[in-house]
Design a protein around this ligand. Structure first.
Ligand code: IMP
Length: 418
C-alpha cells in the first residue's frame, strides 16, 4: 500500500508508477477527482485525477473501489484520453465498484457555493464536489454506480433526493434549483458508457489475493488531510490513512503486507489550514519554484516549508508504516543550510535543527552511495528519526530518476522473481 504522509502532493503518482511494473493490480480506495497524479514518461506529462495511475502500464488491472467518489464525466474523459494514447486496449483492465458513490452536478455546485460564501473560514477545496458527495453517502441519500447504470433506478433515486437537494440549494444557498431531467439525461448517458466497467470489485480483488497476485493500493491525498486524524476542519472528506484502504475496497487488514509512506523531502500544502513549518518568504518561494509546486488539479500555488518530522512521526503510527519513500530530494539542492522540524514546543511552534546542504546535481544519482555526503546524511537522519526503512529516494520527475533500495513487490511473497 502506498500512502501520503503529509498534506498530499508527495509524488505518490510517480512512486505508484515505479512499483506498478511489478504489480498485477492497482486499487484506488478513497478520494475522487480532487487528486492529481502527475506522471512523466519520455518527457510527456500525463495527469490523472481519478483512474489509478497504474493504468499507464499495459496488462495491469485497475480497480476503483467502493470508497472512491466517482465523477463519471472525469472518468470518461480519462478513459478517452488513455484510448487516444493507445492505452487501455483491454476494457476488462478497468473495474469500477458498483458500490462507489457518484459525484453529481449538485455536489459540485454545493461545494462551490459553500466555499464562496464561507469567506475567511473557507477550506480551499478543489471544488470537485468531494465533501457534499461523501456527505450524501453517510446520510444515505447518495447515488451509487449501480444506480447510475440502471436508468429506471437512477430516475427513482433522483426523484427521492432532488426535492431535498433543491430546497437546500434554493433556500439556504440562494441559487436556482437543478433540473432533474437534465441530470437524468446526462447521467444515464454516462451510465451507459461506464456500464461495461461496473462490477463487484470485492470479488475481483479478493480472487486476486487468493491467487497470490501482487496488488498495489494507491492512496490519494495525505495523512494530514484525513477526516479523522488530519488538521480538521481543513481536511478532505475521506479516510486517507492506510486503514481506509480496507473499508474503501473490501479487503481485510491481514491482506496488507507493506505500507509505504511517501514523504516529500520538504513540506507543501494547498488550501487553508495549519502548516507549522510553512515558509511564507524567499525560502518558500525558492522551494515552490525549484519544485514546480503548483496544484495538479487546480493550478493553485502550493504553500511550501521545511520538512516536519513531528508530522511524519504521527503519520508513521497512524499508517503503521513499514517503509518510506522520499521524493523530490533534488529540490533541496543548492540550499546552504536545511532546516528540519524535529518536534513542536509547548506552544505548538516547530523546533528546528539545521543540517548542511549540498550543491551537487542529483539527477543522475542511482544509488545511495552516489549521493553527495550531506544528501545521504539528510536521508539517514530522516530514517533514524522515524525508525522506518527508506526503500526509495526520488531525485527527479522522470521515470528512472530514483534510487531504489528495496522493492517490496520484487518477489511474489516468497515465490519466484517477477
Ligand atoms: P476537497 O478534497 O476538494 O474537499 O478539499 C479539501 C482539502 O483537501 C483542501 O485543502 C484541498 O486543497 C485538499 N486536497 C484535496 N485533494 C488534494 C490532493 O490531491 N492534494 C493535495 N491537497 C488536496
Amino acid at each position: 500500500m502506498i500512502v501520503g504522509t503529509q498534506w498530499g502532493d508527495e509524488g505518490k503518482g510517480k512512486i505508484v508508477d515505479i512499483f506498478t511494473k511489478y504489480a498485477d493490480m492497482v486499487v484506488r480506495y478513497q478520494g475522487g477527482a480532487n487528486a492529481g497524479h502527475t506522471i512523466v514518461v519520455d518527457g510527456v506529462k500525463t495527469v490523472l485525477h481519478l483512474l489509478p495511475s497504474g493504468i499507464l502500464h499495459e496488462g495491469v488491472k485497475c480497480l476503483i473501489g467502493n470508497g472512491v467518489v466517482l465523477d463519471p464525466e472525469v472518468c470518461i474523459e480519462e478513459v478517452n484520453l488513455l484510448k487516444s494514447k493507445g492505452l487501455l486496449k483491454n476494457d476488462s483492465n478497468l473495474v469500477i465498484s458498483l458500490n462507489a458513490h457518484v459525484v453529481m452536478p449538485y455536489h459540485k455546485l454545493i461545494d462551490k457555493l459553500r466555499e464562496e460564501s464561507a469567506g475567511k473560514g473557507k477550506i480551499g477545496t478543489t471544488g470537485r464536489g468531494i465533501g457534499p458527495c461523501y456527505e450524501d453517502k453517510i446520510t444515505r441519500t447518495g447515488i451509487r454506480v449501480a444506480d447510475m447504470i440502471d436508468p429506471a433506478r437512477l430516475k427513482e433515486r433522483l426523484n427521492e433526493v432532488l426535492l431535498q437537494k433543491n430546497s437546500y440549494i434554493e433556500k439556504v444557498l440562494g441559487h436556482e434549483p437543478v433540473s432533474l431531467d437534465e441530470i437524468f439525461k446526462k447521467y444515464s448517458e454516462f451510465g451507459s458508457v461506464l456500464k461495461k466497467y461496473a462490477k463487484d470489485a470485492v470479488d475481483i480483488l479478493n480472487d486476486a489475493i487468493e491467487a497470490k497476485k501482487n496488488i498495489l493500493f494507491e492512496g490519494a491525498q495525505g495523512t494530514a488531510l484525513d477526516v479523522d486524524h488530519g488538521t480538521y476542519p481543513f481536511v478532505t472528506s475521506s479516510t486517507t490513512i492506510a486503514g481506509g484502504a480496507c473499508s474503501g475496497s473490501g479487503v481485510g487488514p491481514t491482506a496488507i503486507k507493506h505500507v509505504m509512506g511517501i514523504a516529500k523531502a520538504y513540506t507543501t500544502r494547498v488550501g487553508s489550514g495549519p502548516f507549522p513549518t510553512e515558509q511564507d518568504n524567499e525560502i518558500g518561494e525558492r522551494l515552490r519554484k525549484n519544485g514546480g509546486e503548483f496544484g495538479a488539479t487546480t493550478g493553485r500555488p502550493r504553500r511550501c516549508g521545511w520538512l516536519d518530522l513531528a508530522l511524519l512521526k504521527r503519520s508513521k503510527v497512524l499508517n503503521g508504516l513499514t517503509l518510506l519513500a522520499i521524493t523530490k530530494l533534488d529540490v533541496l539542492t543548492g540550499f546552504e543550510k536545511i532546516k528540519v522540524c524535529t518536534e513542536y514546543d509547548a506552544k505548538g511552534d516547530p523546533v528546528y535543527i539545521e543540517l548542511d546542504g549540498w550543491q551537487e546535481d542529483l539527477s543522475r544519482v542511482r544509488s545511495m552511495d552516489e549521493l553527495p555526503p550531506n544528501a545521504k546524511k539528510y536521508i539517514e537522519f530522516m530514517e533514524k528519526s522515524l525508525g522506518v526503512k527508506v526503500a526509495l529516494v526520488s531525485v527527479g520527475p522522470e521515470r528512472g530518476s530514483d534510487v531504489i533500495v528495496q522493492n517490496p513487490l520484487w518477489r511474489k511473497f516468497g515465490e519466484t522473481q517477477h
